[in-house]
Write a protein that binds this ligand. Sequence first.
Ligand SMILES: C[C@@H]1O[C@H](OP(=O)(O)OP(=O)(O)OC[C@H]2O[C@@H](n3cnc4c(=O)[nH]c(N)nc43)[C@H](O)[C@@H]2O)[C@@H](O)[C@H](O)[C@@H]1O
Length: 409
Amino acid sequence: SKDDHHHTVSHVDSNKYSIATEKKFLLYDVNFGEGFNLRRDVYMRVANTVRLLRESGENWILVLPPWGRLHHWQRMQVALSWRLFFDIESLNRFIPVMEFEDFLDESENRPIDQVIYLQHYEEGWGTEYVRKFDERKCLPPADSHYKKEKDSKWRGWFYSYEDVRASNFKCISIQGDSGTLKDLLTHSNFSSMTSVMVDRAETILHENFGDVNYWKARRSMRYSKDLVEAANVFRDKYLDSDDENDDTEMVPDWRKERAKRTAKGGPYLGIHWRRRDFLYARQDQLPSIKGTAEILEKLCEKLKLNRIYLATDAPEEELNELKSYLRKGLQVFRFTDTQKYNDGQIAIIDQYLCAHAAHFIGSYESTFTFRIQEDREILGFPIPATFNRLCPDNIPECEQPPKWKIVYK
Ligand SMILES: C[C@@H]1O[C@H](OP(=O)(O)OP(=O)(O)OC[C@H]2O[C@@H](n3cnc4c(=O)[nH]c(N)nc43)[C@H](O)[C@@H]2O)[C@@H](O)[C@H](O)[C@@H]1O
């Protein structure tokens, strides 16, 4: 609720450095075509921009972009709040965040001061990589996404909220990272604005991919208590898995987590089997359906497991085909309560269940798989139980994924 929110904002980092009292609000959005887990990655980049802004003494608050219009979702939903997926209190332990609805209340529905549409440089990156930004004329598609109305306010998608407007709109060519975006917000004409929305936020990169601040942002992204509870009930009921036996207990506050490598996980194999649109560009990096079944059989035999938790976006026919190739003794489990949970919530439950398996194998370069690997790093699994990928049929000994290990300092 709103009250919870105000409560949690006030205890963030307040004694580490002094912070202005005037609040500023950073909103952002991501390119329409990007999936849920790429968006989670963009959150980590923007959250670190807010961290840097606060470290320089400004009282920025991150306004969480409502979820929706994701083309991977079978059911088209919009304006979903973050609390359906994540633990807001936990996010607030990294930087202050608030739901968009609460922002609308707090700003009394006044227009957002400024929309900044990030784009690349028309001339490309040049020979050397320098961090920079410049105001430039809008390149396509920016010019079609925001329209000036008769009263000179700007209209855009704004997460499907039809009454939201912005007072100003600019296109900025940028190459850089969370820190470059911080510079843009402090050393430019935008520094006097109280509410700024950065669109196409995926244009900026991580300042230091995989460093301690990457992991702090990542660790703060705990899942909502409802989803954790639903997944734990499923573990208990079907997978003979619970935190005590699996050595996967977590301290309530992620800031108190310590390095460990002792997690055992539940007695099942977790697999993320990415299909559908992923096959277009990465077909030659993924196994066939039959090949997938063979990998699963071999792995289960080697690890002496007879249960599989299958996370996948595969259509029903492909699922049935996969199961038809597996020997009788192997049981395949999936979480499918689409009555109670939306597509994004089921995806998170899938990830959570894969994260708690004794052994995990994922799909090549899928951010869905990456988030599972990160969860397993946080839970403290040994490296070999986590960084594994499904190899294509013709390269059974294919190169395994990069091992982005957790760091705490
Ligand atoms: C081809 C590219 O793929 C990239 O996807 P990738 O990194 O795998 O991962 P995501 O960015 O999460 O996008 C994939 C989406 O597909 C669904 N999905 C995929 N696998 C599963 C699964 O195991 N269980 C459930 N429940 N849902 C799944 C889910 O909606 C998920 O957010 C996209 O981010 C890019 O925009 C682009 O589409």
